[in-house]
Ligand binder design. Structure first.
Ligand SMILES: Cc1ncc(COP(=O)(O)O)c(C=O)c1O
Length: 413
């Protein structure tokens, strides 16, 4: 569906990837080279509204001047020491985030999947050393539809055949229960005393922006506490303003035992993730039992502090709440039979497409790309709409206009 002009300009880039890359992604046919705020530009200078924001990693907007300045300043001083030595920023960073989010301790990692993996390891350790679970019996429960990455542990927890098929054998003692089902959680915890943790996203992102009923998180909190099971909240995608609050768990005023953050923790400039928890959980780890060469490096600490402070200083959570509401209101006003649902919270939104006449969510995304907006389907029919949180009201209107034009032009096909 992309025009011949676009296709020929990008051909040399596609060709290189085709010849030398692995085919583990299916990107939109666009080649980007610059970003600023909500916009990105392709190699031919065409401008697009970025409605993916690198899967919510660029909450603060592309190349935020404060974050880039901090990155460059720190890069000229000290970037990596490993954890073999102390450096001057790690403690400051740990204190900053613990105090902001109300936790006792932070463990720094790099990617989201590492944060989640660390949380599961911590829970198992706590299970053996505090809860008294017999050796090698610790079990962890996950919600169906979860997504926390591509490691062997993450795919062992996955209910998506595309993620796990032909990658086995899988990690044992991982159990899956339906999402948004407190009764299922209570049932499995009652049956198995060796369960150490339940991990879930407060809103499921990759599954297609699935919002649980109000009260689910409160119920999870209460059930986990009652069974002495750690609740791990994977806020790698929902965290840091995305849903209209600093944390999505704040919507129900609940605090998980272990919190995983990533993505926007660095404003999208480098991989930075973190696990936050209590002393009781975190101090089960002794030197040598867990770590990462890059985790907690000076560059990451400097960038993460600035990136989070930008979210706070620029009231990005409140902006996400207001702009998200406007976006959903504009989308439901679009009179197109192709829309089967609009849902979301803050700026974590989904537009569900009713496929017909050979037109699916993919074709809608191609059409929107032609018109200057980038978004990507997830799970066949759902288009995730997650722009940077610095988006203005005018830019929301611009986006809604493009989405409307794309849908109506396809209706005319
Ligand atoms: C909720 C959630 N957790 C974890 C991850 C994994 O993060 P990363 O790709 O940085 O490893 C993702 C990535 O999309 C995610 O959405």
């Amino acid at each position: 569906m992309s025009s011949p002009v676009i296709a020929s300009a990008f051909a040399k880039y596609f060709d290189l990837e085709h010849r030398f890359g692995a085919f583990n992604y299916h990107p939109l046919p666009v080649v980007l080279e610059r970003g600023e705020g909500v916009y990105v530009w392709d190699v031919e200078g065409r401008r697009y509204l970025d409605f993916l924001a690198a899967y919510s990693a660029v909450n603060q907007g592309h190349c935020h001047p404060r974050i880039i300045r901090r990155l460059v300043d720190q890069a000229q001083k000290l970037t990596l020491t490993s954890r073999a030595f102390h450096h001057n920023l790690l403690g400051l960073y740990e204190k900053y985030l613990c105090e902001l989010l109300g936790y006792e301790r932070l463990l720094p990692m790099n990617t989201g999947v590492e944060a989640c993996e660390t949380a599961v390891k911590l829970a198992r350790h706590w299970g053996y050393r505090v809860k008294g679970v017999p050796e090698n019996k610790a079990a962890v429960v996950f919600a169906e539809g979860n997504f926390w990455g591509r490691s062997i542990a993450a795919i062992s927890a996955s209910s998506d055949p595309l993620s796990y098929t032909d990658f086995g054998p899988y990690v044992p003692e991982f159990y899956k229960i339906p999402y948004d089902d407190p009764e299922a959680l209570e049932n499995i915890l009652r049956e198995n005393p060796h369960i150490v943790a339940f991990m879930c996203e407060p809103i499921q992102g990759e599954a297609g922006v699935i919002l649980p009923e109000t009260g689910y998180l409160k119920a999870v909190r209460e059930i986990c506490s009652r069974y002495k099971v750690l609740w791990i909240a994977d806020e790698v995608q929902t965290g840091l303003g995305r849903t209209g609050k600093l944390l999505a768990c704040d919507h129900e005023d609940v605090k998980p035992d272990i919190l995983c953050l990533g993505k926007a923790l660095s404003g999208g400039v480098m991989p930075v993730s973190a696990v936050l928890s209590s002393s009781e959980v975190m101090l089960t780890l002794k030197p040598g039992e867990h770590g990462s060469t890059f985790g907690g490096n000076p560059l990451a600490c400097a960038v993460a502090m600035e990136a989070v402070q930008v979210v706070v200083d620029e009231n990005l959570s409140a902006n996400a709440e207001a702009r998200g509401r406007e976006l959903r209101e504009a989308l439901v006003r679009i009179d197109s039979s192709r829309i089967s649902a609009v849902r979301g919270k803050g700026l974590m939104n989904a537009l569900v497409i009713r496929p017909k006449g050979g037109i699916t969510a993919w074709e809608v995304c191609l059409k929107m790309m032609e018109l200057g907006l980038l978004a990507k389907p997830t799970h066949h029919h759902t288009i995730r709409l997650t722009p940077p949180l610095c988006i203005t009201r005018a830019q929301v209107e611009e986006a809604a206009h493009i989405i409307r034009t794309a849908l109506l032009s396809l209706d005319a096909v």
